[in-house]
Ligand binder design. Sequence first.
Ligand code: GLC
Length: 460
Amino acid sequence: MTKHAALRSARQVLDRATMMLNGQPIGTVAARGRGGVTAENYEECFIRDFSASALVQLADGRPDMTRNFLETVIRIREPNARFDAHEIQPGVMPASFRTRADEAGQQSIIADFGERAIGRVAPVDSMMWWMVLLHAHAQATGDRSLVTGRDIQQGIEQILRLCLGGSFEVFPTLLVPDASFMVDRRMGVYGHPLEVQSLFYAMLHTVGDLYDPRHGNPDLADRAAKRHKLLRDYVRAQYWLDSKRLREIGDFGTEQYGAGSRNALNISPESIPAWLTDWLPEQGSYFAGSLGPERMDFRFFGLGNLLAVVFWLASTEQTQWLMDLYEQRWDDLIGAVPLKLSYPAIEGTEWRLLTGCDHKNAPWSYHNGGSWPALLWTFVAAALIARHRELAERALEQAQARLASDDWPEYYDGRDGDVIGRRANRKQTWTAASFIFAHQLLERPELLSLFPGQAARGAA
Ligand code: GLC
């Protein structure tokens, strides 16, 4: 199929996904596959999925749906939302929402904060994507009237209170429960997963631009600025894995008490998995999946790493090294249909213990080593930032060869990522939207300025 035919088909999927509320477009549903969707809640608008739709529309110069979406989500914060008797904190945003009509045909919104979601997973990333989109909307339109609104300012303040308020932690990273982001099933991704840290970093970056402390709390703005810097330095130094660092960890002594310890988190050299030593090239590296006391998750998580580049959490050098890794391990990380969400898959006892025997996350399927074309735009953005346009083009050609003819699947299975996911929806909206936005980025790299950090980088 030609590029134009594939883009036309993607546009149809995106257009048909529009969700309306009383005559206004307010979002896009997750999927609208022929013959229904695999789970009931795919008929809802997911905050994280909508980010790809919003980016396409902002790039198109059609910001209305994004504006409506941002306002709608802040209105359905439902300060009194409950899970059993437990009140959900102000600032928490839903994973998804749907519309419902009363007898008179008047529509309203029902949101899911995790109290109905499979596994009762509470999203942490929703509020972060919301801030990233609020920032992108302001960048794209130059219109500050939305940002300065009372509801929006109050919402930002609640989010900041929630994330920067008291905690038991000593790290600048954000502590979150399992399955609280794109990987929304149990996969041993509790603690300090990279994807949440990349999004948290982006969110903190937007505070200076979006939050007006004159009407709110100047102390919160200060705390956000300090945390932003601490988080950057910590992730750049502690999550980073190249062959030199791997040798250093392999040499670590344990049980070191006190401030000067080289191995502050007490990581055991034996915890380095066998696959990694041969796999990691001499030039090429990435950020670990998660980090905490005596625990480094050595798996490669695509979205967290790519967002670290897109939001300028990765240094310029780290950005180059990450793209070098993609180039050298193309078959593993990109595969037949781009691109891997995590690598490698966990199997056997590890799979039993970390997923709780979750068959949807069987080895090389779904989140566990499956491939997600929804990540395409982040790869293209990262490749452009690293000045590796040829990698972006190559990934898009591979995607073009399959996505439209396979009817825009949600994900692919297999070590090579060449089989349509066993339980994948078709006409998955963020698959199509990501393909479109990736092309828009390739044609107009200046769209990178929609992202926190990138406008400053462009000017630097
Ligand atoms: C799955 C994905 C999640 C996504 C949702 C809707 O639950 O794991 O990340 O938001 O589907 O597409």
